[in-house]
Write a protein that binds this ligand. Structure first.
Ligand code: BGP
Length: 473
């Protein structure tokens, strides 16, 4: 068996890490434009950002897709992409988020991209919000902490659904929504001061996002019955560190904290464990009458998730919010990448089966990839580490599909080098295509195909791994 004939191979990017052009085409300032590169990236933004030339704000230039989109889509086509997942920058459409009418120049930019993808038979898959709210909405409302965000988001969604009706079918509401109570500034545009009730604010924000998600599904289906709206979560998993029942139980509870989000959005209700979970965290949700009805009535059509690495978890492990680090320790049975991330292809199969069991909905691997530093030698990049990672994950994905997991698409993260969300640096590269830019945004931005470019091209052409081709073994 293996990959179905219509399986969609492609890549995924996010505007805030790839697009650049931060002050062009009438675009408003986005929260991501004021997040510095460096260790404080997730917890604060510089109040002096408007005049600050001493810090580097990686999103502002990113990979300059804004000026390279034609060339980049040509490269995607050359690799054989059947789909491309990308996000729209909200502040390019509504510069502050509060305008009545969209910014036509911003819309036009995405029109061109979508039309070119369609001309190449590359299915556009749009993330409506990927770590990227208009800065104004952060400053005025503290992002999703405020209920006001729901209507502003729905106005933005309506604009997209109406404009791209008949052109775009696949949508995702929020990137990695289950980071809302881990990285609230990045995920939901919410700043929580040290003396504020962290979980109360974070989960209240998540509730607003759940309501917005359900109403977005409703709206998308009303505008075009063909629309498919996914939810998107980070679902790399944690194993128990030992077989001590205490550790096994702790790892299970930790997993529930993530699956909580998909339980709400795919099963249409807060799960049974919500009450005890919220009691423990002192969370009291404020809801309106119709919220739970909408959540029940409008569940997502598919589950998209990112999968990078797995870690181990033990009783008493303290997860710290806002750090962006992995949640758990290294697994001694796994090798790590050159940048220290554990590599666990079997975990991908495990997670696919777990999620198939739990939800039985179509699934998409929305992000998978290896970030490492590349060496350019005489114009070539021999990125064997990346090819090995790709090969091993595709092999296990194939196994999952062979055992009837319903996965319909795979989009490699950052197929053309982009800025890392975690580090804010360019030197952590995921691409099959190198972008000549350094950690300070200097460079020619020239694109160069790496060895992995041809390797992925072959995987796509063969619709999976060719058993006779052991190149990356
Ligand atoms: C996911 C995000 C992406 C991304 C990726 C890789 O959490 O959705 O935006 O960048 O992780 O992480 P990093 O860039 O930190 O290596």
């Amino acid at each position: 068996m293996s990959f179905p004939e219509k399986f969609m191979w492609g890549g995924a990017t996010a505007a805030n890490q790839y697009e650049g052009g931060w002050q062009e085409g009438g675009r408003g300032i986005s929260l991501s434009d004021v997040l510095e590169s460096g260790s404080d990236r997730f917890i604060k933004y510089s109040p002096s950002y408007r005049s600050d030339n001493t810090h580097f704000y990686p999103s502002r230039k990113a990979s300059d897709f804004y000026h390279h989109w034609q060339e980049d889509i040509d490269l995607m086509y050359e690799m054989g992409f059947g789909c491309y997942r990308f996000s729209i920058c909200w502040s390019r459409i509504f510069p502050t988020g509060e305008e009545a009418e969209p910014n036509e120049e911003g819309m036009h930019f995405y029109d061109l991209i979508i039309d070119k993808l369609i001309a190449y038979h590359i299915e556009p898959i749009i993330t409506i919000e990927h770590f990227d709210i208009p800065l104004h909405l952060q400053e005025k409302y503290n992002g999703w902490a405020s209920r006001e965000m729901i209507n502003l988001y729905l106005k933005y969604c309506r604009t997209l659904f109406e404009r791209y009706k008949g052109k775009v079918k696949y949508w995702m509401t929020f990137n990695e929504i289950n980071n809302a109570a881990r990285l609230p500034l990045l995920c939901s545009g919410v700043y929580i001061a040290a003396d504020e009730p962290f979980y109360q604010i974070a989960y209240q924000s998540a509730h607003h996002m759940f309501v917005a998600n359900s109403l977005t599904v409703k709206m998308a289906h009303e505008i075009d019955a063909e629309n498919q709206v996914g939810c998107m979560l980070a679902l790399s998993t944690q194993y128990p560190e030992t077989c001590r029942p205490e550790d096994v139980y702790a790892a299970y509870l930790q997993r529930q904290k993530s699956l909580f989000y998909s339980d709400v959005m795919l099963r249409g209700a807060y799960p049974y464990y919500t009450e005890s979970f919220f009691r423990e965290l002192n969370v009291n949700l404020k809801t309106e009458d119709s919220d739970l009805q909408n959540i029940a009535a409008y569940t997502n059509d598919y589950l998209a998730f990112s999968y990078y690495r797995t870690v181990v978890f033990h009783e008493g492990y303290r997860t710290t919010a806002n750090t962006g680090g992995g949640i758990g320790d290294l697994n001694p049975y796994l090798k790590t990448s050159s940048l220290g991330w554990p590599i666990d292809p079997i975990g991908l199969k495990y997670v696919c089966r777990e999620l198939q069991d739990r939800y039985g909905k179509p699934m998409m691997i929305a992000e998978n990839g290896l970030g490492c530093e590349d060496n350019l030698s005489e114009g070539h990049i021999h990125d064997q580490e990346r090819m090995d990672y790709l090969h091993d994950h595709i092999r296990e994905l194939e196994n999952a599909i062979d055992s009837d997991c319903n996965v319909f698409a795979y989009t490699w993260w950052g197929p053309i080098d982009i800025v890392s969300a975690g580090t804010g640096k360019m030197s952590k590269r995921y691409g099959f295509v190198h972008v000549d830019a350094d950690d300070h945004g200097n460079g020619t931005f020239q694109r160069t195909r790496k060895d992995s470019f041809y390797y992925y091209q072959k995987i796509i052409a063969d619709n999976g791994l060719n058993p006779n081709d052991e190149a990356a073994e």
